[in-house]
Write a protein that binds this ligand. Sequence first.
Ligand SMILES: [Zn+2]
Ligand SMILES: [Zn+2]
Length: 246
Amino acid sequence: MRVKADLHIHSVISPCADLEMSPVNIVNRALANNLQLIAIADHNSTLHGPLTKELAKRHGIHCLYGAEITSKEEIHCLCIVETENQRVALQDFIENNILKISNKPDVFGYQVVVNEQEEIIQEVDYYLHAALNKSINEVSEFLQSIQGIFIPAHVDRLKYSLTSQLGFIPPDLKFDALEISKNSKVSDFCSHNRIESSKTFIRNSDAHYIHQVGEIYTEYEINDISLAGLRDAFDKKNGAFVYPFQ
Ligand SMILES: [Zn+2]
Ligand SMILES: [Zn+2]
């Protein structure tokens, strides 16, 4: 089946995301934009995953857990998992390795967890955009160890990307796909960076504001809407694939 997915959505817990980015509003917007699969990928946090998944399920939308981890080199890494055990392992990995700097909400933004009624139930006191004390290779290895999906985020951007921080894609780095912004053509990016064009590229909204949810998405041909189905599409296995875009 052909599935429309946005796997990089920030919620209100991300300091830079708009306060309207509650799980309720995100799911309603995903529904309005006909997304069948979403992932919440907050900066170094998975805490809004469970509520978003529950709300999405009521509307027939599949929600995966995620986080956008900042590596030691200040590279953003889109990390996606499926089960509650994997989410807890990912959350523990972040909490055990992030540089804990106090958040200053009036400077960096609020980092709050809300419930279905949009009441604040938790506030994270350390700054969530800080880097982990783990290299990008170590983050990739950790995701492999918990059978999660690892995708270097917005690889073409001038900030917090593989190309901005390292200037190249390390040949030994294992990843499931590369995320590219809508501002770059895959063919141009591959030729400028000497990357095989056979690598799998995806696009996501990286939404920080509600109108951005699903504004940019990727379509997948998958047999089953799950992490395994996505992995098949990335690996072009079992008839699954990512629909090409320019
Ligand atoms: Zn990012
Ligand atoms: Zn992001």
